[in-house]
Design a protein. Structure first.
Length: 553
């Protein structure tokens, strides 16, 4: 093996060897990438240049961390990062140009991917010997682009002597040099005409189109050794361009597709691995034990096991496993433990405060209402009321269940082939007379007429849409109520069935309720009505300032 004497060049080779032998836990794709790296070093086709490796590594290690406990301290590259930089910058053709002009780096959160991306961007701006270098950090939004741009900007300002040594001017939106070189953000769809030397596409899993990727790759044609870096975690857009790029990269690593110019480092777990196994987490998180410890892992795992909707975020962001954007939401063990609501006849006509949520269906489907009652012990009890036409108990995928529930009076089935909304309104008006209803919510899709019938100018009636904005808060609140036992229900089998069915559609840090994909017969109407009532009760809760009045006095 022909390896130079450089310190970092040796570290990279050792890391690759330890991955191949199993000394370092790694998934199949990383093992394939390391084997490919060693083959390149041994090949007569390529030259492993230790000087180039050491140069880029030493450059990045002169930059400071910009946040967290290490803020202000100089970066110390871990072996896996040295290996990546060695593969990208140290393997050259006999013409002295880099082998790789494209990089796919799937690196989970909390492993320093933005710091590494910022370091690469700065190196390509000031130290790669490219006149008029244009460096772009691309993302869907300014917030996303700042994950990489902000540390690059702060590194430029805080690295001792950096501005003077490289003649850079650092502003709020760019880093520039007198020769016309610049590093700046690229938000959304880029225009034509750019001539990038380097483009770093951060959090590319959120891209619905390949516009940034295509424009940057096409614009690099005039550069001698450009670099296109896609650095991201996995996500939920399994049909998007980022997932497509990963599948192609996996074919390259496996030797099925031939693309010597693409370097891929895909840190994930293997097929069949248990996402709850700590050893599997070591495969996906190369900084395990450095910036990512056992305490964080235990918190993530306990949270995901208690709140099933969290599993999607955990697997995509921390294990690089692509998931559907919707996943089972209710922790059924917690739900079952909360089946202890007082019998309805014990709470009726007591004047208890309550909230009412209504999910009106089409005439042939389930209509659901939920009454959320505030009990004297501070807990809240959810009582479901559900209606459907008798015809649905005979010709429907759920007919047998519906018929059994109707016979047990767990759900109301009126005669005919359509819901009798007069019976629904009669029951809702009765509830209004039996409880101190604080407010009423309805789904505007079918509920406007019913809402108008319930509105009397005394009890507020609100339109409640099933959007991320309106549903995120009550979903988080319901998770907390179930976990602490502050929500109870009467163990209605139809209500329980809907709790099993409801999924959470995730977007960033928000969620909304949906049915399982492609399973329209799995109803969630009762759960939607419950979430509306919880949303109302949170709005009607005492304001924080009121809670402190006695203490301040």
């Amino acid at each position: 093996m022909r390896v130079g004497q450089g310190e970092f060049a040796q570290v990279a080779v050792k890391y690759a060897g330890d991955v191949i032998t199993g000394t370092i836990p790694a998934c199949l794709q990383i093992k394939q990438a390391c084997a490919r790296f060693i083959r390149d070093i041994d090949s007569d086709e390529w030259v492993y240049n230790a000087v180039k490796v050491d140069r880029v590594c030493r450059f990045i290690q002169l930059l400071p961390h910009t946040e967290g406990q290490l803020a202000g301290q100089l970066i110390r590259l871990e072996p896996w990062q040295v290996w990546m930089l060695a593969a990208i910058f140290g393997i050259l053709g006999h013409d002295g140009l880099r082998k790789h002009n494209e990089v796919l780096a799937l690196i989970p959160r909390k492993n320093g991917k933005s710091t590494l991306g910022a370091g690469i961007g700065l190196y390509m701006l000031v130290a790669d010997g490219e006149p008029g270098a244009q460096v772009y950090i691309g993302a869907n939004s300014e917030r996303q682009a700042n994950f990489c741009f902000k540390p690059a900007r702060l590194m430029s300002l805080r690295a001792r002597g950096f501005e003077a040594r490289f003649g850079v001017t650092v502003s709020a939106g760019s880093i520039t040099r007198s020769d016309g070189s610049f590093l700046q953000r690229m938000i959304g769809r880029p225009g034509d005409g750019s001539n990038p030397h380097c483009a770093i596409l951060d959090e590319a899993h959120e891209n619905n189109t390949s516009d940034q990727y295509d424009t940057m790759k096409t614009g690099m044609g005039a550069r001698r050794q450009p670099l296109l870096v896609t650095i991201t975690t996995a996500g939920t857009n399994t049909a998007g361009p980022c997932r497509e790029l990963q599948l192609y990269a996996e074919q390259v690593l496996a030797g099925i597709a031939d693309n010597p110019r693409l370097f891929a480092a895909i840190y994930t777990i293997d097929k069949g691995d248990d996402w709850k196994d700590i050893e599997c987490w070591k495969k996906a998180n190369p900084n395990f034990g450095v910036s990512f410890g056992l305490d964080k892992l235990e918190n993530y795992l306990s949270d995901a096991m208690a709140r099933p909707a969290k599993k999607v975020g955990l697997c995509t962001k921390h294990l690089n496993v692509w998931e559907s954007s919707a996943s089972a939401w209710v922790n059924m063990a917690q739900w079952d433990a909360c089946a202890n609501a007082p019998p309805f006849n014990e709470v009726v006509d007591r004047g208890y405060r309550a909230w009412l949520g209504i999910d009106i269906s089409t005439k042939i489907d389930i209509t659901a209402a939920v009454l959320l009652v505030e009990l004297p012990d501070g807990k809240q009890a959810a009582y479901p009321f559900m209606w459907l036409p008798h015809a649905a108990t005979q010709a429907n995928k759920n007919a047998a269940m519906y018929a059994a529930w109707a016979d047990d009076e767990q759900i109301h089935a009126n005669e005919g082939d359509a819901i009798d909304y007069a019976l629904v309104l009669e029951q809702l008006q009765k509830l209004r007379s039996q409880f101190a209803i604080q407010s009423i919510a309805y789904d505007p899709w079918q509920g406007a007429q019913m809402a108008q019938s319930l509105s009397d100018g005394i009890v507020p009636v609100y339109e409640y849409k099933q959007t991320f904005t309106q549903m995120a808060l009550p979903m988080v609140e319901m998770e907390a109520m179930l976990a602490t036992g502050k929500l109870s229900h009467p163990d209605n089998p139809a209500f329980n069935w809907m709790a099993k069915n409801i999924c959470a559609m995730l977007r960033s840090e928000q969620m909304r309720p949906v049915k399982p994909h492609g399973q329209e017969h799995l109803k969630i109407d009762g759960m939607v009505a419950l979430l509306m009532t919880i949303g109302l009760s949170v709005v009607d809760a005492p304001k924080p300032a009121q809670l402190w009045i006695d203490w301040l006095d």
